[in-house]
Design a protein around this ligand. Structure first.
Ligand code: NAD
Length: 290
């Protein structure tokens, strides 16, 4: 299949590489001029989507997605599928899907979970919103880039699932980091802490798959000086999306609210900018009770 791929960052680059490795004809574009092995480099977003049966976007936020959609939709082939894998607000996802459908395209919002490790290994989980026909057309590509795709409902349903998932992730990462910092102060060896929690009721993806303590558990950004990975700014973006959604749906999410405030402080007033979201652990290490 001829595929256009826009946004070749931490996630997009390995996803595009996996599609190319599987034998698809992939043309990619990124404003940062990124090159990816096996992927033809386009000079513009429009060049990347010309003649493609499927176009995948993996971009930082809803405003950028809307701007890219305005650029590329008029140049896409009728009947092609527009698959947005970025994490964005439900309103942007629905607006872009509407615009694509009005132009005779199929549209799926399909944010992912699994991080850069899952993107590289082709084991992401896709949570998708859109029509049955759009999901069916995108499904073979999800199979290459991931291990599971759940069709969650109509346009925007994928983003709704993602926002709820990442609210849990933000909360569990903070809980894991503060627990490691407490364990340090109690004189507990970090490896022992990992061995216990990763096989006990405190386990979660945050400790088992993405341990925030360097040298402990599987390889993670903590072993690479907390270079992202999944940037603290992106975690903050997702937590804010969860709180906007909670506000508009009148849902009580106190832990989500606290996690949002902590990541806000970390990114905006401390040294979290440019760090992985698991760098909450060195943040807690430096702090005392008051
Ligand atoms: P990233 O910042 O590494 O990549 C985004 C890329 O988009 C960059 O390379 C940037 O140059 C490019 N870009 C920006 N504007 C563009 C434009 N107008 N046209 C073309 N390219 C443009 O971010 P990432 O970590 O790859 O995340 C991408 C999306 O996936 C985000 O929405 C994020 O929330 C989501 N996500 C990330 C992870 C993760 O672990 N990193 C996990 C799940 C979901």
């Amino acid at each position: 299949m001829k595929i256009g791929f826009i946004g070749l960052g931490n996630m997009g680059a390995p996803m595009a590489a996996n599609l190319a490795k599987a034998g698809h004809d992939v043309t990619g574009f990124d404003t940062a001029g990124v090159s990816v092995e096996g992927v033809t480099k386009a000079e513009t977003a429009i060049d990347a989507v010309r003649g493609a049966e499927a176009v995948i976007t993996m971009l930082p936020n809803g405003d950028i997605l809307r701007a890219v959609a305005d650029q590329i939709i008029p140049h896409m082939e009728k009947g092609a599928v527009f698959i947005d894998c970025s994490t964005v607000d439900v309103d942007s996802a629905r607006a872009v899907a509407d615009q694509a459908e009005q132009a005779g395209l199929l549209a799926v919002d399909a944010p992912v979970s699994g991080g850069i490790g899952g993107a590289a290994a082709g084991t992401l989980t896709f949570m998708a919103g859109g029509s049955d026909a759009a999901f069916a057309k995108a499904a073979p590509l999800f199979e290459i880039m991931g291990q599971k795709a759940v069709h969650c409902g109509a346009a925007g349903a994928g983003q709704a699932a993602k926002i709820c998932n990442n609210m849990i992730l933000g909360v569990t990462m903070i809980a894991t980091c503060e627990a490691f910092a407490l364990a340090d102060k109690l004189g507990l060896d970090r490896q022992k802490m990992f061995d216990v929690v990763s096989t006990s009721s405190g386990y979660s993806w945050s400790i088992n798959a993405y341990c925030p303590a360097p040298g402990v558990g599987p390889q993670s950004p903590a072993d690479n000086g907390y270079k992202p990975g999944f940037a603290a700014e992106l975690m903050l973006k997702d937590l804010r999306l969860s709180q906007q959604a909670a506000e508009s749906a009148d849902a009580d999410t106190p832990m989500g609210q606290i996690a949002t405030a902590l990541y806000e402080q970390f990114v905006e007033s401390e040294d979290g900018k440019g760090m992985d979201f698991s760098a909450m652990l060195p943040r807690f290490e430096k702090r005392g009770r008051s």
